[in-house]
Ligand binder design. Sequence first.
Ligand code: EAX
Length: 339
Amino acid sequence: MKKVVSILLVLSLVFSLSACSGGDKDSSSSEPAASSPSDEKIVIRVGTATELDSHYALGAQEFEKKVEEYTDGKVDVQIFPSGQLGNERDMIEGLSLGTLEMVVSSTGPLPNFSKDFQVFDLPFLITDREKAYEVMDGEIGQQILATLEPLGIKALGFWENGFRNVSNNKQEIVTPDDIAGKKIRTMENPIHISTFQQLKAIPTPMAWSEVFTALQQGTIDGQENPLVVFNSNKLYEAQKYLSLTGHVYSPAVMLISQSAFDSYPKEVQDAIVKAEKEARTWEREYCIKMDNELVDTIKSYGVTVTEVDKSLWQEACQPVYDQYADEINQDYVNALKGN
Ligand code: EAX
């Protein structure tokens, strides 16, 4: 009798244990609960140097929404704005090392990784966004993005930073003569530095995260960035004058660590690729909307905004093309050149 009771006890113990391990699985399923790896969420961190309400971070939020929708919440995208994970160059290096998953960055630091990106730094090369989008999303753009692959970086697509304008605290800048002698912060990028040397300014390269404080302390007189960056980083609190030079059209890029991407299941990879394309379109449209609205907004903060004769600036910057002609693929230049 005792033997029968002990067998019944063991059987009831076995059945009660298997019912508990079913978790949220269908109770009728005969399959045991999946092992933890396929159940665990995939966390993807996206870093930006710009603020949470900037074009990059807002575009990254669109990406986040889409990826989490397409993967039924299997992926958890976490956005780290304002340089929390380092400046753009450091974060890009993190992708290569596999210590960070994703970045949205300007192309400014990229010539340090691939010279092919230098074409985007030529002053007044790109004057027509739609034409630039077509080239960047086409064969030439994909060819340029692919030059990052040997570094373990998968470039998902070109986003937009925008047409860069000069701001400063010394005087209204109208002609190139007015910028002479001004300490202007530039990105740590050779063609940007050469351009402001050519304009007889004093280019002062530094990481974006140091700029606001340097402007407040007067260690630099000015900087140059698109309206959307000027506004989202509240530069109107530290700059009196803004000149609409539009001297460089600056693309951005959404990048992912190749090692991270390769570690994801195919359906997650497909979701990332699809979501980036949709977020790219959203971000570009947002930048155009901001360019149309922000001049009046910035004026309302008390900043003197000046229209300039861009042909004078373009002529003054022209020698930079000759200086870098042998470093830059002329096919890229001819494809991107505005009319
Ligand atoms: O990417 O460093 C710069 O001026 C960039 O345009 C800015 O961080 C947005």
